[in-house]
Design a protein around this ligand. Structure first.
Ligand code: ADP
Ligand code: NI
Length: 224
C-alpha cells in the first residue's frame, strides 16, 4: 500500500471475518457470505502472482468490500457510516478513512466511468470481485439479482445503454440480458492483473456462448 502504511494483524482479519459473515449471511442478491469467501480466495490467489502485494491487506479489503454497498442498506450514506463505525473500532481515524476509501474504489460505477484504484491491493480485490460476476456463477448471480429486483429476464425491444455516469448506472432498470452488455462483457478489458485477465477471458467466452444459446432459444438475432 502506497499511502498511510497500515499494518493488518491476524486479529484484525478474524474480527473482519466475523463481522462480514454476520452481515452477509443469507443475503439474496448475490452478495451473500459465499460471494465474499470466493472473492477472498480468488484475491489471495491473484496476490500470489503479484509482486509486493500485502496479503493481509488484500484479505481485509476482500472481506469488507461489499459491507458498504448501497444495495444492502437503505441509502449510500448509511452504508458508509455502517462500515466506518466498524473500522473505527479497529483502527485509528486516518487508517479507517484510508481503508474506507480503498473499499469504495472497488465497485463498478458504469460502462463509461473509468476505474480508479489507488493501490495494488485494491486492484487485486477489484479483479477478484469482478471475476465472481463472470462465468457460470456470474450468470447465476445476474439473474438472481434481476429476480430480486423484479426485472424481466429479457426484452428484445429494449437495447443496452452505455452509462456515462455512476448516477445513470444506478438508476437504470433494464432487463437482465442488458446487464451483460452494460457491465459483464466489459470487465475482461478492465482487469488490472494478468492472472485476472486470463480467467476473465475464459469466463467471457462461456458467457458469450450462453448468450448465443439464449437468443437461439428465444428466436431473436442479437449481437454477441
Ligand atoms: P460490484 O461487484 O462491482 O460492486 P455489483 O455489486 O453491482 O458490482 O454487482 C454484484 C453482482 O450483482 C454481480 O454479479 C452483478 O452482475 C449483479 N448485478 C448488479 N447489477 C445488476 C443488474 N442491473 N442486473 C443484473 N445483475 C446485476
Ligand atoms: Ni462483491
Amino acid at each position: 500500500m502506497m499511502q498511510n502504511e497500515i499494518r493488518i494483524t491476524a486479529e484484525n482479519l478474524n474480527r473482519a471475518r466475523a463481522f462480514a459473515k454476520a452481515f452477509h449471511t443469507g443475503e439474496g442478491t448475490g452478495h451473500d457470505w459465499w460471494h465474499i469467501k470466493r472473492v477472498v480466495e480468488q484475491a489471495k490467489l491473484i496476490a500470489q502472482h503479484e509482486r509486493n502485494a500485502d496479503q493481509l491487506l488484500v484479505q481485509l479489503i476482500g472481506l469488507l468490500h461489499d459491507v458498504p454497498d448501497r444495495k444492502l442498506h437503505s441509502s449510500e450514506d448509511e452504508g458508509q457510516a455502517y462500515l466506518l463505525t466498524w473500522l473505527r473500532s479497529q483502527f485509528d481515524e486516518q487508517q479507517s478513512r484510508r481503508l474506507l476509501q480503498c473499499i469504495n474504489e472497488i465497485s463498478f460505477k458504469g460502462a463509461g466511468v473509468d476505474d480508479f484504484v489507488s493501490c495494488k491491493e485494491v486492484a487485486i480485490v477489484q479483479d477478484a470481485d469482478r471475476l465472481d460476476a463472470l462465468g457460470a456463477i456470474g450468470i447465476a448471480r445476474a439473474f438472481a439479482y434481476g429476480g430480486k429486483k423484479n426485472r424481466a429476464l429479457f426484452d428484445p425491444d429494449i437495447y443496452p445503454e452505455i452509462h456515462l455516469s455512476y448516477e445513470a448506472y444506478k438508476i437504470s432498470e433494464g432487463h437482465t440480458i442488458n446487464h451483460f452488455y452494460e457491465k459483464l462483457l466489459l470487465l475482461e478489458e478492465r482487469m488490472h492483473t494478468e492472472t485476472g485477465r486470463q480467467i476473465a477471458h475464459q469466463r467471457t467466452i462461456f458467457m458469450k456462448s450462453f448468450l448465443r444459446q439464449f437468443y437461439n432459444e428465444w428466436g431473436v438475432e442479437w449481437e454477441v
